[in-house]
Design a protein around this ligand. Structure first.
Ligand code: UGA
Ligand code: MN
Length: 331
């Protein structure tokens, strides 16, 4: 009886305790989840706020120093004639697409593409038309003797020589020093360009120069300025520093009028490796006349990025079987 009564009394008590524990468990789990959600929200919010601040700071900087980047597609300045030699290879369309998507954003811009090919290719023609960029499509095939073979080291022969000369010839035939205002820039198809570089070069009166990232075995190859005069005193170049102008093709621009006044200024196969830049510049300027750009040559707005050739071993196996992955497609 007593055990009965004690058992009867204990049961509801145990039941209550069990229910109480369940409730407590649910409350604890709920609080934990709610706490985590709140923490995550706060964490997210913190990131947002700091990203916002960074963006504001960057915009402010941009508004203060680079008003021309805002207005885009409208500039009353001289036209930039960018000369790009290009040749057929698996990465060609990717390279030219990247370039065109930058150049589309540059006001008063004329793209002179010179194909290293016997005749214009539809890949380049379509890409230029699709881009909507004012352009001229030319061709100039590198003579066989000077053409690099797939396995050749890239410094064996100079690249882009007759393509750039063809573009210079076009400028000389079609533009007039008294009528046309412009700046000429040699924009290779494998480099990476920031929009700022075009606004920097637009004011070039003679020949302007600036740092180039990732070239000549250095993080940045740059003109060194005289602290008092602010003029170019030399370069930090480590590769062939004895060159008259130890710089990369991407590191200078030439005023159109000046170029048109020097018909002898061009590129040549008859110069030592790395001397193409010096070859054209020696005709039109001297070191002391160079105009330093990019915040007294302290900023990098162009990089000599070279694209690694893709590995296409599976494609080669397919082609041996008479098939290909890009059948009917332009890659
Ligand atoms: C470096 C410089 O950045 C080049 O401007 C310079 O012409 C070259 O050295 C040199 O001294 O000849 P690098 O990156 O080694 O350049 O040269 P590439 O980018 O391979 O070639 C320069 C331009 O010529 C590119 O726009 C490329 O598409 C074009 N090219 C290259 C041809 O038109 N045909 C070719 O067979 C190879
Ligand atoms: Mn290159």
């Amino acid at each position: 009886m007593s055990s009965d009564s004690s058992g009867n009394a204990a049961l509801p008590c145990q039941d209550m305790r069990r229910r109480y524990r369940k409730k407590l468990f649910v409350i604890v789990i709920f609080s934990l989840v709610a706490g985590m959600v709140y923490w995550l929200y706060q964490y997210d919010h913190r990131i947002d706020t700091s990203a916002d601040d960074l963006l504001k700071e960057a915009l402010l900087e941009c508004y203060k120093t680079k008003p021309q980047i805002r207005g885009q597609l409208h500039s009353d300045g001289p036209t930039i004639y960018a000369i790009t030699p290009t040749y057929s290879r698996p990465v060609q369309k990717a390279e030219l697409t990247r370039l065109s998507h930058t150049f589309m954003l540059v006001p008063d811009f004329h793209w002179i593409i010179v194909e290293d090919a016997p005749s214009p290719t539809s890949l380049v023609t379509k890409l230029l038309l699709r881009s909507g960029i004012p352009h001229t499509q030319l061709v100039a095939a590198t003579p066989k003797k000077w053409k690099l073979k797939e396995k050749d080291a890239n410094w064996k022969y100079p690249r882009g020589v007759i393509q750039r000369n063809r573009a210079l010839e076009w400028l000389r035939e079609n533009l007039d020093a008294n009528r046309d205002k412009g700046v000429v820039y040699f924009a290779d198809d494998d480099n990476a360009y920031s929009l700022e570089i075009f606004e920097e070069m637009r004011s070039t009166k003679g020949v302007s120069v600036w740092p180039v990232g990732l070239v000549g075995g250095l993080m940045v190859e740059k003109p060194l300025l005289n602290a008092t005069t602010g003029r170019v005193a030399g370069w930090n170049s480590a590769w062939k520093p004895e060159r008259p102008f130890p710089i990369d093709m991407a590191g200078f621009a030439i005023n159109l009028e000046l170029l048109l006044h020097h018909p002898e200024a061009k590129f040549s196969f008859d110069v030592e490796g790395g001397y193409q830049e010096s070859e054209i510049l020696r005709h039109i300027t001297t070191r002391d006349k160079l105009e330093p750009k990019a915040d007294k040559c302290t900023k990098v707005y162009v990089w000599h990025t070279r694209t690694e050739p893709p590995k296409l071993n599976q494609e080669q196996l397919l082609q041996k079987k008479g098939k290909r992955s890009d059948e009917g497609m332009e890659v």
